[in-house]
Design a protein around this ligand. Structure first.
Ligand SMILES: CC(C)(COP(=O)(O)OP(=O)(O)OC[C@H]1O[C@@H](n2cnc3c(N)ncnc32)[C@H](O)[C@@H]1OP(=O)(O)O)[C@@H](O)C(=O)NCCC(=O)NCCS
Length: 213
């Protein structure tokens, strides 16, 4: 079993603990050491696992260790990974729930989290440190760059590109052949019917901009 820690002891962190437990139930893979979180007191027990400290814990750890960053907000996730990336003992596995359906024709980087019930079809490119939450569908030829967060029950049709650090709100849909640029927030339950280039927050059906970021 390989040592792993979860960064972020919030709600999503606890869901990632469950994901790890589900992987282990199928095949004993991960030895979960606990959580890394600078907002929770060291030693606090969360669903049976200890908060080990902040990222200094990883700097001091002198053995190989795997890290999963369970922070939903792309910008914060990016900053944390930036701080850790030079540590040679740290690896970033892709954690994929055993229930996820995906073809063999998917290119994936590192540090991605794909939650229960999602379906990814064919010829899809997924960069690094993305979160695809529960019950999403990702269609043929989609490109998801890096540090993208896709919240639960999102449907992305074929030939869609989603730029870095974009968030797609729960229940949203993106119509085929559209490009959603970087640093964009799509509100919950929205429909992207035209490509979106400029950073900002977009809501509704069809999705319209409500503010600058
Ligand atoms: C879009 C979003 C980011 C906006 O948040 P915000 O910047 O704090 O904006 P506000 O809540 O102040 O709302 C601004 C306006 O947009 C409207 N609005 C907000 N979200 C909306 C949505 N998803 N669809 C339609 N209208 C929405 C608000 O009603 C408000 O309208 P008003 O100006 O007429 O009163 C947020 O509402 C959202 O949908 N986030 C996605 C959350 C999600 O998917 N979470 C999953 C967790 S697992």
């Amino acid at each position: 079993m390989k040592d792993i820690v979860i960064i972020g002891a919030g709600g999503f962190g606890r869901e990632v603990q469950w994901l790890i437990e589900r992987i282990n139930k199928r095949s004993k893979t991960w030895n979960l050491l606990g959580y890394i979180d600078d907002n929770v007191e060291i030693g606090t027990i969360i669903n049976g696992y200890e908060v080990l400290g902040d990222i200094k814990f990883l700097r001091k750890y002198n053995k190989k260790i795997n890290v999963v960053c369970a922070i939903g907000v792309p910008e914060i996730r990016g900053k944390i990974i930036e701080k850790l990336y030079s540590l040679e003992n740290v690896s970033y596995p892709n954690l994929i729930d055993p229930s996820v359906e995906m073809s063999n024709h998917i290119d994936m980087g590192e540090g991605n989290i794909i939650c229960a019930g999602s379906i990814l079809t064919v010829n899809i490119k997924i960069g690094d440190f993305n979160i695809i939450n529960l019950d999403c569908t990702i269609g043929h030829d989609d490109i998801i760059e890096s540090f993208v967060t896709i919240y639960p029950s999102v449907n992305i049709s074929g030939n869609v590109i989603i730029g870095a650090k974009t968030e797609v709100g729960t229940g949203s849909k993106i119509i085929q052949n559209k490009v959603v640029g970087s640093d964009i927030i799509i509100g919950a339950n929205s429909t992207v019917a035209k490509s979106i280039k400029s950073a900002g927050t977009y809501v509704g059906t069809p999705a319209k901009r409500i503010n600058k970021r």
